[in-house]
Design a protein around this ligand. Structure first.
Ligand code: ADP
Ligand code: F6P
Length: 319
């Protein structure tokens, strides 16, 4: 293993920079050259590569976003597109590629590995929607951003004795909403993994009001969506003034938390070790605080399990 490349792909996530830094520094430590690829697979196809040294990754561990930029690239979904990418890597003498992204990016990495390029994937997404790993890079930071927003919304909804409905990202995964609900003490958490009944929700809100609650926080995962309509429905049925807030892309930015920086550093370093061991088409992750790796296909085939126990805890203690 003489030369590797690193790229970030799909939606950005805080901690991607810490992952890039770990890959670059670990590779250089072992005498391996590193090229950075800008704009994900799209930059790879267009030959947007540059040589990275220690200083290329100085002063980035604390920054959100990704210094390599990121992109979504339709052309990479075609065989011709991936062949172009593999040719570019070969022309640069690159033996292996580290991809930080979500399941779509991993699928791309898997397919390009069939063209003779060794690949390893790092889980970079705020959604925490990859079944094979307990946590993804960016989830903890996004969670803390959501928590900060919820704390502020609680202040104003308490002052006005309102209901506050907050829509939280996560694609089809309810983890961000669930963890934010636990950490922020939300009265109701609505996620795609669990059925919910609007009538019951309104009944709970009215019971809360009757028992002396002067605010009510309802978190809705974007996989369920419709925060605006839900707020109108709640106001009509309960007669309590209700406001909706869609947190949006604010959840994707910000300086990564210590937990995300440490996770990204551990995963990035392990990715380089795997490549040095001659492994390919692997993804790295964390399970029970141990760094693990797995075949990409196996990882993508794993079915996500929702933490029903944690959801039940929230139901019991946040009511
Ligand atoms: P994420 O990696 O966060 O899941 P996307 O699903 O948007 O984000 O995927 C990021 C990129 O990975 C896509 O724009 C595309 O270039 C590549 N990709 C996604 N799915 C595939 C696929 N089935 N085959 C090849 N490349 C893919
Ligand atoms: O995958 C991360 C994520 O932020 C999801 O939570 C959200 O559904 C999606 O990306 C938004 O994508 P875009 O940045 O393209 O609007």
């Amino acid at each position: 293993m003489k030369k590797i490349a690193v790229l970030t792909s799909g939606g950005d996530a805080p901690g991607m920079n810490a992952a890039i830094r770990a890959v670059v520094r670990m590779a250089l430590y072992h005498g391996i050259e590193v090229m950075g690829v800008e704009r994900g697979y799209s930059g790879l196809i267009n030959g947007e590569l540059f040589k990275m040294d220690r200083s290329s990754v100085s002063d980035i561990i604390q920054r959100g976003g990704t210094i390599l930029r990121t992109a979504r690239c339709e052309e990479f979904k075609t065989e011709e597109g991936r062949q172009k990418a593999a040719n570019i890597l070969k022309a640069y003498g690159i033996d292996a590629l580290v991809v930080c992204g979500g399941d779509g990016s991993f699928m791309g990495a898997k397919l390009v590995s069939k063209l003779g390029v060794k690949t390893v994937g790092l889980p970079g997404t705020i959604d925490n929607d990859l079944a094979y790993t307990d946590y993804t890079i960016g989830f903890d930071t996004a969670l803390n951003t959501v928590l900060d927003a919820i704390n502020k919304l609680r202040d104003t909804s308490t002052s006005h004795e309102r209901v506050s409905v907050v829509e939280i990202m996560g694609r089809n995964c309810g983890d961000l909403a669930l963890y934010a609900g636990i950490a922020g003490g939300a009265e109701s958490i609505i996620v795609p993994e669990k059925d919910f009944c609007k009538e019951d929700l309104c009944r709970t809100i009215l019971e809360g009001k009757a028992s002396g609650k002067n605010h009510n926080l309802v978190l809705v995962a974007e996989g369920v969506g419709g925060a605006g309509e839900l707020a109108k429905y709640i106001e009509n049925v309960t007669g309590i003034e209700t406001r909706a807030t869609i947190l949006g892309h604010i959840q994707r930015g910000g300086s990564p938390t210590a937990a995300d920086r440490v996770l990204a550093s551990r995963l990035g370093a392990r990715a380089v070790e795997l490549l040095m061991e001659g492994k390919t088409a692997r993804v790295v992750g964390i399970r029970e605080n141990k760094i693990i790796d797995m075949d990409i296909d196996e990882a993508l085939a794993m079915e996500r399990t929702f933490d029903n126990d944690l959801f039940d805890v929230a139901l019991a203690i946040n009511k």
